[in-house]
Design a protein around this ligand. Sequence first.
Ligand code: NAD
Length: 513
Amino acid sequence: AATFGIESALKQLGLKDINEGTSTGSTNFSSGDIIESYSPVDGKLIGKVKATTKEDYAKVMQAATSAFKTWRTTPAPLRGEIVRQFGDKLREKKEALGKLVSYEMGKSYQEGLGEVQEMIDICDFAVGLSRQLHGLTMHSERPGHRMYEQYHPLGVVGIISAFNFPVAVWAWNTALAWICGDVCVWKPSEKTPMCGVACQNIAAEVFAANGLPEGICNLINGDYAVGEMMTKDTRIPLISATGSTRMGKIVAKEVAGRLGNTLLELGGNNAIIVTPDADIKMTVIGAVFGAVGTAGQRCTSTRRLIIHESMYDKVKDAVVSAYNQLRIGNPLDENNHVGPIIDKDAVKMYQNALEKVVAEGGNIVVEGGVLEGEGYESGCYVKPAIAEAENSFEIVQHETFAPILYLLKYSGTIENALDIQNGVAQGLSSAIMTNNLREAEHFLSVQGSDCGIANVNIGTSGAEIGGAFGGEKETGGGRESGSDAWKVYMRRQTNTINYTTELPLAQGIKFNL
Ligand code: NAD
């Protein structure tokens, strides 16, 4: 069988059969139990990574807190220069890292490359930002006084990430945190540990080449228990966590208990509203890519199509006919549209969801199922499915991280469609397909979508680096990547300077001594 150059990609990324801590520019002291990483693409062992023990973690935090003292005094534009070099290194390794992402996570090679491109884009964004960490000046009510606010680095930022964007989410956080003067400790998903080591190796080369101390970029490996070392650690003022709402609720509580800050990027239940004025061709492209891209494992995947009754049959037929043309198979083979889902547990969740929607009264219009036989040996390839359902079904209210699309019908006005769209606990991404200006503007207005992302004539999935990314309600409320998301990684300080020989008090208070 074709290996698609995986061996050579692993080599280029400095990955070994067993990856443990090194002390050559890379702060990763992991020496614990072995985590094996199997590819959902062909079921083969990719490599092993050692988990982080309590003792390893103590060493990492020692390195991180000490490196912060150097890094915070490095001028921001010089920190930006390091991030610029990191972006260049990513350009060099783009194909190799994209391939590993595809092989370890299961998304298509094109999407793997796209993920690395997002890393490069956030580096570019961060480099420019490193000269624009602006504060404000304001007029003091007291004569001869100057008042302003400035931003200082926070310290150690803990990053916990999900399997589905095994490299980009780390970069979204770390590139900004670095230019802000923070040092980072990253715990990637235990389902994609090789991607974590690969990124660490790339970053370590840059830090070492610039003679910077260990501890600015740190990796820890393991499951939730290793994540908990950070959420409980009072030396970490900010935890940025991406993953399920279930995880977010636990992490939020733990970190709030010590009055730390969290940036939460949690589950979505994203919908496209298809109005009577929708362009059918655009709707089909947006809906099908949104639902089956990354095999339905994007936080922004399209899970619900809310279709006006006058369009319902037309849209349903067009989407079903597009599904019949989907090719499912090895994601490294560019002829395939849909790769595997992450593991057999995910396959079980997918099967349960399909059973549940039927039990609740739904009607399957594109059958699901697990594929077997040549090319599907990993047992992780499933057929994208479509079911007609009601928004009130329990299963529709939940995010199932797999390629299942629910068709929901609305009648009457856009308000009815919005009631359905907003009638879930999550609030990440949303879209409307319409050529009607009034409907589009209503959707974007205060009475419209309650999500962090609201698109017109574009699907729900995918994001661009310039805009702040994140969602409301059970999606966690965090914003990262673009716009002014950098402010989360800094602490704000208000300063007043008196350049007179008098000491007038504010609010005209007299205090005669
Ligand atoms: P998950 O919640 O199972 O795991 C995510 C990460 O959290 C992993 O690294 C895991 O080890 C860690 N973790 C779990 N419990 C923890 C705890 N108690 N303390 C500390 N760390 C803990 O999620 P997953 O299956 O890897 O990813 C899929 C989920 O992620 C989906 O719900 C998806 O929507 C969401 N997601 C959201 C975004 C977003 O930006 N909103 C982006 C990507 C993924």
